[in-house]
Design a binder for this molecule. Structure first.
Ligand SMILES: [Zn+2]
Ligand SMILES: [Zn+2]
Length: 265
């Protein structure tokens, strides 16, 4: 069964419409495609997310096309919802009006000690600037705050899949800010693996950084996956695709790396 549950479209920051992504998935032999548009954020509209005005129409289009292609492929309607402490939460009750098939919870922003909202994955330049201006030049403080937010998210809210759980590595290849073998980083991974396991949530193995040329590795790293696997955490494989060609990016490299489960079965 070939499935991808982390798919963006022109409803948020994707390059292709929902139907084009479905046709791309069919061409690549997928049997399931799940859409996971970025959910709205407080103070919307943002050009990279759904908005409070568009989320219903998004769900309606996905469900209409799910019916149209029902004989060929299973099409699911999900949402990738941000956790930003005190601002927004990936909680099923919020999305009840569209009755999503599943929710991915993701941390893209971390609250700095000075109250600033630092984006984890915008660009190497903004990452370096945020470390300098809002974390006293200490990458460790930023990274620890990131994993603390992940743990809080996993244990506090009702959602299904933890998205790209070490996204903080995204620009490490470019900037070299993190030695993943140091004890404090290992400790963060272990504590986070404990929290994920206790939550019972599924973790995605996300190949999105490969398709966008940032890394030659998936999130989470092999070391992090080892810790998660040892605690019985379940995985799905996902591409975080923003275009049809990226739908199965590096799936051949990670297909056998773990045992994967499937959603909504
Ligand atoms: Zn994301
Ligand atoms: Zn995504």
């Amino acid at each position: 069964m070939k499935a991808n549950y982390h798919t963006h479209s022109t409803w948020c920051d994707g390059a292709a419409g929902v139907e084009e992504m479905i046709l791309g998935a069919l061409e690549k032999g997928f049997t399931t495609i799940g859409f996971s548009s970025h959910a709205m954020l407080p103070g919307d509209p943002y050009d990279w997310t759904l908005t409070t005005d568009t989320i219903a129409a998004y769900a309606e289009e996905v469900r209409t096309l799910a019916k149209k292609y029902a004989d060929d492929i299973r099409v699911l309607c999900g949402v990738e919802a941000d956790y930003i402490p005190n601002l927004c939460t990936p909680d099923r009750r919020i999305y009840a009006p569209i009755a999503p098939d599943y929710l991915i919870g993701s941390v893209h922003y971390v609250l700095a000690p000075d109250g600033a909202r630092a984006c984890v994955d915008k660009s190497p330049e903004s990452f370096a600037r945020d470390v300098r201006d809002h974390f006293g030049g200490q990458v460790e403080t930023f990274v620890r705050a990131y994993f603390a937010a992940q743990r809080e998210m996993a244990s506090s809210f009702d959602f299904d899949v933890i998205g790209h759980p070490d996204l903080i590595r995204k620009f490490n290849g470019r900037l070299g800010y993190l030695d993943e073998t140091v004890p404090w980083y290992r400790e963060e991974l272990e504590r986070t693996a404990d929290a994920f396991a206790a939550s019972g949530k599924i973790v995605e193995v996300n190949t999105g950084a490969i398709s966008r040329g940032w890394m030659e590795d998936a999130y989470p790293s092999a070391d992090f996956r080892f810790l998660l696997r040892a605690r019985g955490v379940r995985f799905i494989l996902s591409s975080d695709a923003h275009s049809a060609p990226a739908l199965d990016c590096a799936f051949d490299r990670f297909a056998d790396a773990e045992t994967y489960v499937h959603l909504c079965q």
